[in-house]
Design a protein around this ligand. Structure first.
Ligand code: NAP
Length: 268
């Protein structure tokens, strides 16, 4: 993208709780870029009008629940990974045309491959949840040679329809216990544990060597991550993914690396 965007926003509904403005504004300050990153609470009904208004000011930004798929559908061009995922979490304009990318996938890759100590080939992944974040996980795992996913969602039809798009390496299973059996990586891609200490997977079901990746981000570690780590598992919550997808978005908007240290410090 050549000229600075007229506005830099996070589109979502609800969106006020988001941590993105904190670390994106820290990155902007560190880079000396005279922009302020702001949240825009946009209902589904208001999405088209909002995108039209942003096109007029060369707007750019991020997209979160529930608009990732809708914005992807409205982009004139999508990167191959956004195309594969069917979801866009980063957008910008060229002329008045809307472009989209998906940096959630690279955010998943960043954390998951570290948890697996780079041994992603042949990984056995248990994936709980079948929404947009689960699609990002499948897009990341698709690149791991010989990896396999057992997918569980509390509503089977949504799991079936997501798995169909990744059928070469994804199998839907009818219980959490079956998903987790023999897994080397267990991923929570549901909101369970976001507002309380509910566990998406009972600790007793986790295979001894399994790493645990909770996509949920809270100001303090989720109960699942804390307890899994106490039980000897390598475990990470959603913070690393959130920061990495944000850093890669910054690179997409401004063509330069953000100060990841400043972003991290803004979160702590
Ligand atoms: P989504 O598209 O709404 O999908 C949510 C998934 O969780 C669906 O499969 C849904 O199943 C399931 N689910 C919802 N409530 C549930 C419950 N009470 N018990 C069991 N399953 C439940 O949301 P998403 O975008 O995939 O996000 C999922 C989670 O990942 C959220 O917590 C989000 O904050 C987190 N996330 C984190 C990052 C990051 O950077 N760390 C990025 C993206 C998302 P049904 O639709 O069948 O009910």
């Amino acid at each position: 993208m050549s000229a600075l965007p007229g506005r830099l926003v996070l589109l979502g509904h609800p969106v006020a709780h988001s941590a993105s403005p904190r670390f994106q504004n820290a990155a902007l300050r560190a880079a000396g870029i005279p922009l302020h990153y702001e949240t825009l609470d946009v209902t589904v009904e208001a999405l088209d009008a909002t995108l039209q208004a942003l096109a007029l000011v060369n707007g750019a930004g991020n997209v979160t629940i529930p608009h990732k798929e809708a914005v992807a559908a409205r982009c004139v061009r999508r990167t191959p990974v956004a195309e594969r995922c069917g979801a866009v979490n980063v957008f910008w304009h060229e002329g008045h045309e809307l472009f989209g990318d998906n940096t959630d996938v690279a955010g998943v890759e960043f954390v998951a491959s570290a948890l697996l100590q780079r041994r992603t080939a042949g990984a056995r992944v248990a994936l709980i949840g079948a929404g947009g974040a689960a699609a990002a996980v499948l897009c990341a795992v698709e690149r791991w040679e010989g990896a396999h996913v057992r997918l569980y969602n509390h509503h089977m039809p949504r799991a079936e329809s997501l798995a169909q798009r990744f059928s070469a390496f994804t199998q839907v299973v009818p219980s959490i216990a079956e998903a987790v059996h023999g897994a080397s990586l267990v991923v929570n891609a549901t909101p369970v544990g976001m507002h309380d200490d509910a566990l998406p997977v009972p600790l007793a079901l986790l295979p001894e060597q399994a790493a645990v990746f909770d996509l949920v981000y809270r100001p303090t570690e989720t109960a699942w991550v804390r307890l899994a780590r106490e039980d000897g598992h390598r475990a990470a919550d959603g913070e690393g993914m959130l920061l990495e997808q944000g850093a890669l978005a910054f690179e997409r908007w401004f063509g330069r690396h953000p100060d990841r240290g400043a972003m991290w410090r803004a979160m702590h």
